[in-house]
Design a protein around this ligand. Structure first.
Ligand code: ZN
Length: 130
């Protein structure tokens, strides 16, 4: 079974900590040992794991992504959101987290982030426990 998390984003670029929502789904699934796959079907959003304790880290990531991939550029994609597509590929569309003793085996400072790059939009994150 695939579990879905619906997210409403509010800015063009945004990193949203979804760790507690994923943990909640894990509790519901009751899996003790295995793998949690977290995946997005979107081409202008992504999923990543990074520090969740200090919000400056997510802010710095967004700032540097904007520096590396500016919104206005010599892009060919006519829709006007080429930067969002590129950032999506940089961050990737999935992560896998090990599950041990019924808990996500994340490091002390790690959090799972949904990354919006062409918001605001309604988005979906899919979770599969195996
Ligand atoms: Zn596009």
């Amino acid at each position: 079974m695939i579990s879905t998390i619906s997210i409403r984003t509010h800015n063009r670029s945004e990193m949203i900590d979804i760790t507690s929502m994923v943990s909640e789904r894990l509790q519901q699934a009751g899996l003790q040992e295995g793998v949690c796959h977290i995946y997005v079907q979107h081409t202008t959003a992504g999923i990543t794991i990074n520090e969740g304790a200090d919000p400056s880290v997510a802010a710095d990531i967004q700032t540097m992504l904007d520096t590396l991939v500016p919104w206005e550029g010599p892009y060919r994609h006519l829709e006007g959101n080429a930067a969002a597509h590129i950032k999506s590929s940089i961050m990737g569309s999935s992560v896998a987290v090990l599950v041990e003793s019924g808990r996500l085996k994340l490091g002390t400072w790690q959090a799972i982030f949904f990354c919006e790059f062409d918001g605001p939009r309604s988005r979906k994150v899919y979770i599969k426990f195996q």
